[in-house]
Design a protein. Structure first.
Length: 578
């Protein structure tokens, strides 16, 4: 097991807060209780150039230089105007457990160029993160381009070494959590959303991470049982088409008898289901048994009876294996009525193909008809679940057709983020030994903002509506509620506005320092999930709409504006015409 030295911590800091609250940090002495979820997340999960740069820093005598790095992205995903920040806890787990093993060092020796000094390998073997500090926006917050989501401070080679792994721990989680939040917005708050994407995800970790972060983003559960075990996410699942196809007829069934829930009296459940199918067939305008394949499928009825007998309190049937309207719905309703005779209530159906809006409306009408005819009032509201390659745009289209779907099972497009497969977070050096560093580019979008910075969310209007995010230098006094604040576009001189906030929220929180994780600052996954919804409620609808959303404004203080532009001019080469 890796060993990490724990050092003393003076207190906890929230960037820019007027009064710093001193608290005792919780140290996780047992790495088994606070380590990366995936054992592959380790110091060697990095790019080779991080190690070669560490050697060059070491050779140059810069191993003790104090560096500041910002992790941020440049553009919101999915043609939208907001992003959900996720992955912070895994970042802290990784940083806390950071240490090269003896086996790691043996491999590093084998890939480094001949002539690499032995003292460097000892330096790398002794490397820890005890001198690293991590400031970050709380996980589950809505964030925007250019904002430093995470600020890492500490010895230059160590802070540099964290780059690649931090990016992989933030990029996909933030992307898939945002995708989930957008689908939740499309479906509305009253619909159930379940993630069914494990089989289509990019490998086991892609599937596990997706299950965790779509739950944070607003989904209600997952089909992924390992995610349920590890993270406490509700798990859901019924049966596949293969279960229905596994049964061919009613006569060969070995298990036909079932007991009444209260009295214990046994009845032939299969025969009872057949009886009700015959009575219901005229209502569905189909033949009650198979004649040249033109009627309700007997194998499907057999499958439904067996599944209902196995799960009488949770019978939800997949009804589109053969024909949803001519077979699946009739067979389901017949079995549901037979269950009702034994004092059970069927849950509903899942539709996995076809015109989902039309089929859901027909199913709802059939349920109401059977409910009225057979005295089953609850059946009118039986659950209709839809799956079949759903995505955000599909759900909006279904809304326009007044569908009757209660729950959506979303898989491929959710977990793979097909519309945009990468967020594009970057990790940039912004200060060394107190000297600001800036990256220049002919593409203004790729300019970096130098120095140690922090973020404030200025809110006002009706309720706690977010108005603008303001990035300032850490050395500046924080903005105050009720006082007019000049906010400037970071690069365009003419774009500026005064803001009079009713509330000011400092977004950067100190999460890690001197080898300690500030555990009290780490919320539970349910709290992170709630933070997402709290943030979304405070964002205007025009920022969240699907088509042409209004960009949310991210500004800089006048002091930071001058700081950036002075450094820009000082470092930009001057051309010469001849």
């Amino acid at each position: 097991m890796n060993r990490l030295l724990d050092g003393p911590v003076d207190g906890m800091e929230k960037d820019g807060a007027v009064n710093h609250t001193v608290e005792v940090a919780t140290s996780f002495h047992d790495k088994n209780t606070f380590r990366p979820t995936n054992s592959l997340v380790q110091p060697l999960l990095t790019d080779l150039y991080q190690i070669t740069m560490a050697y060059a820093y070491w050779k140059a005598g810069k191993k003790d230089s104090f560096a500041v790095f910002d992790l941020f992205f440049r553009k919101n995903p999915f043609d939208g105007e907001y992003t959900i920040f996720a992955g912070l806890e895994e970042v802290l787990r990784y940083i806390y457990c950071f240490r090269f093993s003896e086996d790691d060092m043996g491999y590093i020796r084998s890939i480094m160029p001949a002539g690499t000094e032995e003292e460097f390998f000892q330096y790398l073997a002794d490397m820890t993160t005890r001198d690293i500090s991590v400031y970050a926006v709380p996980e589950g917050s809505i964030v925007f381009p250019r904002e430093p989501l995470i600020r890492v401070e500490g010895p230059l080679p160590v802070a540099q070494m964290l780059e690649t792994t931090l990016l992989t721990l933030v990029n996909f989680p933030s992307l898939v959590a945002t995708n989930a939040a957008r689908i939740r917005h499309a479906a509305g708050p009253s619909k159930e959303l379940f993630e069914f994407g494990l089989r289509r995800a990019q490998g086991p970790d892609g599937g596990l991470s997706a299950s965790k972060y779509v739950y944070i983003g607003g989904f209600d559960g997952t089909s992924n049982t390992l995610a349920g075990k590890l993270f406490g996410i509700p798990v859901r699942g019924t049966h596949a088409h293969s279960f229905v196809a596994a049964f061919t007829d009613l006569t060969s069934l070995k298990n036909k008898m079932m007991k009444h829930r209260k009295t214990g009296v046994e009845v032939d459940f299969v025969a009872l289901s057949q009886k009700y199918r015959a009575e219901m067939a005229p209502l569905f305008q189909v033949i009650d048994n198979e004649i040249d394949g033109s009627g309700a499928n007997n194998g499907e009825l057999a499958a439904f009876t067996q599944y209902a007998m196995a799960f009488p309190n949770g019978f939800l049937a997949l009804v589109d294996t053969f024909d949803t309207l001519r077979s699946g719905l009739l067979n389901f309703c017949a079995v549901a009525k037979a269950l009702a005779d034994l004092d059970y209530k069927a849950v509903g159906i899942r539709i996995d193909s076809g015109d989902l809006a039309y089929l859901s409306k027909q199913a709802r009408q059939f349920f109401k008809t059977v409910a009225n005819r057979f005295g089953l009032p609850w059946l009118a509201n039986a659950k209709i679940v839809a799956s079949n390659d759903l995505k955000e745009e599909t759900i909006y289209a279904l809304n326009e057709q007044n569908h009757q779907i209660d729950s959506f099972g979303v898989g491929t497009h959710l977990v793979t983020c097909q519309k945009q497969p990468a967020l594009g977070c970057v990790y940039k050096l912004v200060e060394v030994d107190g000297h600001p560093r800036i990256k220049l580019s002919q593409d203004v979008a790729k300019l970096t903002m130098p120095g140690r910075k922090t973020i404030y969310r200025l809110s006002g209007g009706s309720g706690n509506e977010a108005l603008i995010d303001l990035i300032q230098r850490v050395s500046e006094p924080p903005p105050e509620p009720g006082k007019r604040i000049l906010c400037r576009h970071p690069f365009e001189e003419s774009k500026r506005a005064y803001v009079l906030p009713t509330t000011v929220e400092a977004l950067h929180v100190l999460y890690y320092q001197n080898g300690h994780v500030f555990h009290d600052r780490l919320p539970s996954m349910e709290d992170v999930r709630a933070n997402v919804q709290r943030n979304l409620v405070n964002l205007r609808n025009d920022h969240m709409r699907r088509l042409n959303p209004t960009p949310y404004k991210v500004a800089v203080s006048p002091d930071l504006y001058d700081y950036v532009h002075d450094l820009w001019l000082a470092n930009a080469p001057i051309g010469e015409l001849s």
